[in-house]
Design a protein around this ligand. Structure first.
Ligand SMILES: [Zn+2]
Length: 456
């Protein structure tokens, strides 16, 4: 019998840190471990090289009349630093109470093991399972899935499934399943102002020229309206008002504004009119300043007019916006606000397209959706209701995961994202852990999902 906790422990012991070449052996070890595990339970495994870390593609085909699920996961983990903040060794899995501790337990080794265990158990009971299954497990998620889109494009023929099924997203409490149905996109840029050709003495030259820091401040202050909206013409043109059911799902979570404000340590929210803070995170785009630099920032005083000043900006985008359809409007508006007497350069950084998938039986707007995707959503809804005792909640999230838009763009497939990690699992931080109760319920749910899709 497949023992998921023992397998997870073995998996955690491979320190697969994709960001650091010193962990090369750990990356290879984790890749070989997962490949071996999938081979053992009956999959045909191919390790596909990329420019950096290979992608595992594992297939077990059944009857072509049945759905073909592509199960996504990643075998790489975040670096374990700072090591002195861990209470256990990051690559020595340790069970304390109802949690298993170790780097990657929640992101993404535990959740991936949930689906491998569900498949293994189902195959133990039904060796002739008619379902078609392909695992796609990459090794670069924690460093931005840099080669994943190229991989998808080059190996599209291997990935002719009906939908993506995955768990690299969260829930809020151990007893309520949450299905993620959307993520915001991203447009990152840097703006630099240049004034005089070098730093100047503020006594000898002060008062005769535009100080680049002052230009930056005036520019930055112009980018929002007092009520909290982004002050760029056309910025909201593509944004679609959320449907009533989406606001309803959010209400079911029972989040409280007061508790949220306390958690953030703020006195007031600054949310555009018509949206509560929980809605604003999910349904509205933003323009945020992430850093300002320029001038003297050391101890005491320095009477200087700096030659340059700059700021880093990220916009979170919502469905129907794309980095492409927003970029020109934003850049043109920024350039139009360049104060006299300085020059401005705008450099584009990374970008990600937002993602949304509407579960069937929710929206009143008819949608062209594949029957297999709808079947998977319905199977997850039923299975989670059976296991958790209440129906799942469908939520968009505020963060950005560019690979979902890549999967949609290259393969034309939507994703059913079953949440499995908790806020207290400490992803990317010391003392990462995974809740064993959630793991158990996750396996039960996933096994039922796959059984339902197989008509059992
Ligand atoms: Zn992850």
């Amino acid at each position: 019998m497949f023992d998921p906790v023992e397998k997870l422990k073995e998996y955690i012991r491979h320190p697969s840190v994709s960001a650091d070449p010193a962990f090369k052996d750990g990356m290879v070890g984790a890749q070989k471990f997962v490949s071996g595990l999938l081979t053992e339970i009956g999959f045909k495994v191919e390790v596909v090289p990329t420019a950096l870390h290979p992608v595992i593609v594992a297939k077990r085909m059944g009857d072509p009349k049945f759905p073909h699920a592509i199960i996504y996961g990643h075998y790489d983990v975040q670096p374990p630093d700072p090591l002195d903040k861990w209470n256990t060794k990051p690559f020595e899995p340790t069970i304390i109470g109802e949690r298993i501790y170790g780097r990657g337990t929640a992101d993404n080794k535990g959740p991936l093991m949930v689906h491998i265990a569900a498949v293994a158990r189902l195959l133990e009971k039904n060796p002739r399972l008619p379902l078609n299954l392909t695992f796609v497990i990459e090794g670069e998620e924690e460093i931005g899935s840099k080669n994943f889109k190229t991989f998808l494009t080059q190996h599209k023929d291997k990935l002719d499934g009906d939908f993506i099924y995955m768990s690299d997203n969260g829930i809020l409490t151990p007893d309520q399943m949450i299905i993620t149905v959307g993520l915001r996109g991203m447009l990152a840029l840097e703006v630099e102002f240049t004034g005089p050709q070098s730093d100047l003495h503020s006594g000898m030259h002060g008062g005769v020229l535009m100080n680049p820091l002052q230009a930056l401040a005036e520019f930055a202050a112009s980018l929002h309206t007092p009520d909290g909206r982004v002050n760029i013409p056309g910025f909201y043109d593509q944004v679609v008002e959320p449907e009533a059911w989406e606001r309803g799902e959010l209400k079911r979570v029972g989040l409280e504004e007061k508790a949220y404000a306390e958690f953030l340590g703020i006195k007031d929210f600054h949310t555009p009119p018509g949206y509560n803070p929980f809605e604003a995170i999910r349904f509205l785009p933003t323009l945020e300043f992430n850093g300002f630099s320029g001038g003297y920032q050391g101890a005491g005083t320095k009477t200087v007019i700096p030659s340059k000043a700059s700021c880093k900006i990220t916009c979170r985008l919502v469905p129907n916006q794309t980095p492409e359809n927003v970029k020109d409007g934003v850049v043109n508006a920024l350039k139009a606000r360049c104060p006299k007497g300085v020059t401005m350069t705008v450099t584009m950084q990374h970008a990600a397209t937002p993602y949304v998938v509407i579960p069937p039986d929710r929206s009143n707007t008819p949608r062209d959706q594949s029957p297999a995707l709808a079947a998977c959503f319905r199977a997850v809804d039923q299975a989670a209701t059976e296991v958790f005792g209440k129906p799942p909640i469908y939520l968009r999230e505020g963060g950005s995961v560019g690979l979902l838009a890549d999967l949609k763009e290259v393969l034309g497939l939507d994703a059913v994202m079953m949440g499995l990690f908790l806020p207290e699992d400490n992803l990317h931080a010391p003392n990462e852990s995974f809740h064993l109760g959630v793991m158990k319920r996750g396996i039960e749910t996933s096994e039922k999902v796959l059984a339902k899709l197989a008509g059992m």
